[in-house]
Design a protein around this ligand. Structure first.
Ligand code: NDP
Length: 246
């Protein structure tokens, strides 16, 4: 783990923050004045250089490992005194039509995208409840709302994230903790770089704004939900998709 200073800043934890949308969220929350820690399955040399150059904390974590998650959250609270913002961003795809989808591909996606959110949120709400404050932001997807052929596992996991968000929001609203979700549309990252030109073109025909989203487009919405401007907003899903699903 990185050497991290004790500061008076709000502490923000971002899963899967080493690259893609997560990296942009890390930068956005840093720019808002948070001390940010990203937790990632694998952390590249480039991610370590980025963290060191920007006074950002990081550590290796597999969000599917409940014991490791619990120990990590305890460690962060012991070192920094609080977790003010949690962004559940880590996610994977294992696309394929249902007829050919293996049980392993179903389990991998549900374990990472849904059980991972359960693991990290469950561990983080205990300190947040003691603090009587906290903002939890879960990264879902528009396919949770629309479905998508070839993504039964992924869309089920993200629909689960939305149901989870609303249920937990109701459970802990009275403790001063908000829980919201963002549903991004077609965002340019490594995840969507797997699409071929025909798939990209087909996706873009569905976007009224006629461009893919950027990680920053998503990060700005996260920044809003993490800020005091969103203090009275909970249990909501903000769609960031250039109009794709309206
Ligand atoms: P990327 O594939 O670019 O990045 C995903 C990140 O999650 C990586 O840093 C990866 O770590 C991390 N991760 C994966 N599994 C685990 C795990 N078990 N434990 C900890 N970290 C893990 O994806 P995006 O940036 O595109 O996506 C970020 C989020 O946004 C995801 O939840 C995704 O489902 C969602 N989303 C993305 C959209 C898009 O169009 N890109 C659209 C809608 C939603 P590592 O580097 O080690 O693999």
């Amino acid at each position: 783990m990185s050497e991290v200073p004790q500061t008076n800043k709000r502490v923000a934890v971002v899963t899967g923050g080493a690259r893609g949308i997560g990296r942009a969220i890390v930068e956005e929350l840093r720019d808002q004045g948070c001390f940010v820690i990203f937790l990632d399955y694998a952390i590249s040399e480039e991610a370590i250089s980025f963290a060191n150059a920007n006074a950002i904390g990081y550590d290796k974590l597999d969000v599917t490992d409940a014991n490791a998650v619990s120990a990590m959250i305890d460690k962060i609270v012991a070192e920094h005194g609080a977790i003010d913002v949690l962004v559940n961003n880590a996610g994977i795809t294992r696309d394929g039509l249902l007829l050919r989808m293996s049980e392993a591909d179903w389990d991998a996606v549900l374990n990472t995208n849904l059980k991972g959110v359960f693991n990290v949120t469950k561990a983080a709400i205990r300190p947040m409840m003691s603090q009587k404050r906290g903002k939890i932001i879960n990264i879902a997807s528009v396919v949770a709302l629309t479905g998508n052929a070839g993504q039964a596992n992924y869309s089920a996991s993200k629909a689960g994230v939305i149901g989870f968000t609303k249920s937990v929001a109701k459970e802990i609203a009275s403790r001063g903790i908000t829980v919201n979700a963002i549903a991004p549309g077609f965002i340019e990252t490594d995840m969507t770089a797997k699409l071929n030109d025909a798939q990209r073109a087909a996706m873009l025909t569905l976007v009224p704004m006629k461009r893919p989203g950027t990680p920053k487009d998503v990060a700005r919405a996260v920044g809003f939900l993490a800020s005091e401007a969103a203090d009275y907003i909970t249990g909501q899903v903000i769609v960031v998709d250039g109009g794709m699903t309206m």
